[in-house]
Ligand binder design. Sequence first.
Ligand code: GTP
Ligand code: IMP
Ligand code: MG
Length: 336
Amino acid sequence: MVTILVGGQWGDEGKGKIVSYLCLKDKFDITARAGVGPNAGHTVEYKGKKYGLRLVPSGFLTEDTRLLIGAGVLVNPEVLLKEISELGIEDRFGVDMRAGIIEEDHIRRDKGSSHLKDKIGSTGTGCGPANQDRANRSLKLAKDVSALEKYITNVPDELHKAKQEGKKVLVECSQGFGLSLFYGDYPFVTSKDTNAAQACVDVGVGPLDVSDVIVVFKSYPSRVGEGPFPTEMDPKEAERLGIVEFGTVTGRKRRNGRFDFELARKAVLINSASQIALTCIDYLDPRNKGVRDYELLTDEAKAFIAEVEDKVGVPVTLISTGPDLADTIDLREEKL
Ligand code: GTP
Ligand code: IMP
Ligand code: MG
């Protein structure tokens, strides 16, 4: 059984939090990372500790979950090895032999290009130039990096074996629908598609292996970097609402906006999403912060959740009321 989790806006919807919540709650046997690469920054907060992850899947808190990175994901070995050792996950981590490798030259080209860095507002992590080299068939792969040797694996083989054994697999994507190379506002997008079908390809499963697609939406979406943001609000309004955030990878201030129902509908269609996880409900009203019982949410929050379900047409099964994993309302038993 494979569940895919994707972002429905411009990234930073809180995928890291939802993935780690699901892993702890549902005891997934494997979490496999899809998505572009170390341009992502997932935040996980649990029992007073805060983790910022760029490559290791966010399911690391569950001690017996195997953690994999798929062939479609770009890897910066330095960033990856640091995360593995900081988290102490050496014995349960694997990276597909075909994952692409980011080298110093890619980072130099990303940061040194006024088109990428200034016009697009890239993260400067080398992902765009590495994907150029992948398309040019001149990119180094993980199997050629001796420092990664002990972690090299065949992710599709592992996932298909897990499926035969009836195990549970969670595929964690990065970025979001609005940053898709094909469906976002080109050229203000990342260097690859960011949707569920791409996540399948990234880790090597087929569409019929997938039983659930969870799309994560933030109640007030954010965007970093350049590009259109139809529902963007004045930064002063964001400050007044107390919803200003800074990027995990680049430290840049995130732009904020109001929920865009039209974008959400498109994201649900293209991802064939079966469930919605709605994060940052506390941004609507601080009284919702840390609430763990649906009945205790404000009437405004309940009305907003109902409006999302009504306009987008998919049940909101998970509601996040704060960054900590415990600040989650799980309605899956009632709604599915
Ligand atoms: P990318 O993979 O980079 O797209 O990131 P992401 O989707 O994993 O999100 P990221 O962790 O970068 O940003 C989400 C931010 O919101 C983090 O700082 C989280 O700790 C925080 N967060 C997640 N859920 C909630 C919530 O319900 N309320 C509040 N206040 N913060 C939340
Ligand atoms: P790149 O992926 O570094 O080339 O950046 C291209 C665009 O995608 C820029 O607008 C970045 O800010 C944005 N982007 C890439 N990864 C993320 C992410 O994980 N969260 C939010 N924005 C991202
Ligand atoms: Mg992020």
